[in-house]
Design a protein around this ligand. Structure first.
Ligand code: FAD
Length: 312
């Protein structure tokens, strides 16, 4: 914990006086574009295999237990499978008769070019967050801000998301038909022997919300005046796969033994990925779990999320 003097010293690039703050020297920053391939290489090194452009369409069961995963390139025989499908997880679960309330929130962020001097590696405030990139530029975002693109799935689960929307109404605004066209929140049933909506879209790359980008940049310049003369290098959007309480759903689904859900990371999945991955591996192998798995179990989605929505 930093007192006012310490926070103002740590945040001197802002030129402002701060009442206090938190400094977390053991935190790190990483770029997903480098980190994800590094994880894939580590899997190969440890004897695993990685199958790209190979969508899972569904599962097979024997005696009620999972016995295989049907992909577009054939069936993989296995007694255990993890669904880590991000924003596609709910519609996949629906094929199996599993109700997993999920809402994809379209979030838009930007990166500024290298060139600003004297800024901290990372600075998070309620108004805006900046994180240094490998090229010396910064990623800039407003935490929790997003557009809600109405979809059939959103309408279906909207009563369960009321506590989230009530808590976060200042950060959320109605979106457009982006989500509807992407197909990840379809209520349709699909076949195992024909291309699924996921195969038709493959990579979710929704349109950037330009108003959010303008607001994010102006807040960043207000917070860190050295950014004033630095240009925006890129802006992009993605779907935050949220659960009603903002906590991921991780655990084996009792109705389908062997089927483990690990999705709904609600905007924190990159940071908590290593710990979550450890927990998921413990569940698969039956090892002593690294943390108490009960607060993450998807069974809790049967109950209301009033009073339980995580802070963002
Ligand atoms: C703009 C933005 C900024 C973010 N910033 C941060 C941040 O600063 N810190 C942080 O911790 N998190 C952040 N997040 C959230 C983070 O990106 C997610 O929580 C994380 O990526 C979730 O990981 P995942 O593996 O569960 O899902 P994903 O990363 O979505 O991966 C799921 C994968 O499964 C694939 N898939 C889906 N269905 C199928 C299928 N049927 N067959 C085969 N493959 C399938 C998808 O194509 C995808 O590749 C941000 C998200 C966005 C959109």
């Amino acid at each position: 914990m930093l007192n006012g003097a310490q926070a103002s010293e740590r945040g001197r690039a802002t030129g402002k006086r701060w009442k206090g703050g938190v400094f977390s020297p053991t935190d790190g920053t990483a770029d997903p574009a480098s980190a994800a391939p590094a994880v894939a290489r580590a899997i190969l090194k440890l004897g695993g295999t990685v199958h790209q452009s190979c969508a899972a369409r569904g599962i097979e069961t024997e005696g009620g237990r999972l016995s295989g995963v049907v992909t577009e390139h054939g069936t993989i025989r296995t007694k255990t499978a993890v669904l880590a499908g991000g924003a596609w997880a709910s519609s996949f679960c629906r094929q199996l008769g599993i109700r997993f309330p999920q809402a994809a929130i379209r979030s838009s962020i930007l990166a500024v070019s290298p060139g600003s001097i004297g800024l901290p590696d990372a600075l998070h405030t309620a108004a805006v967050s900046v994180t240094r990139r490998a090229d010396g530029g910064y990623t800039v975002a407003i935490s929790g801000r997003g557009r809600v693109d109405p979809t059939p799935q959103q309408l279906r689960f909207s009563p369960q998301f009321l506590p989230m929307f009530v808590k976060r109404w200042r950060s959320l605004a109605p979106g457009g038909l982006e989500g509807f066209h992407s197909g990840h929140e379809t209520l349709a049933r699909w076949r195992l022997d024909a291309p699924t909506p996921m195969e038709r879209m493959r990579i979710l790359d929704p349109a950037v919300d330009k108003a959010t980008i303008r607001l994010t940049h102006s807040r960043a310049v207000d917070l860190l005046p050295p950014l004033k003369n630095i240009s925006i290098a890129a802006a992009w959007a993605g779907y935050i796969d949220s659960t009603p309480d903002g906590v991921p759903g991780i655990g084996e689904i009792a109705a389908v033994p062997g089927f483990i859900l690990a999705a709904g990371f609600s905007g924190h999945g990159f940071g908590i990925g290593p710990g979550a991955g450890h927990l998921i591996a413990d569940i698969v192998t039956g090892n002593e779990p690294i943390v108490d798995p009960r607060p993450y179990h998807p069974d809790r989605f049967r109950k209301s999320a009033w009073g339980k929505v995580a802070d963002f």
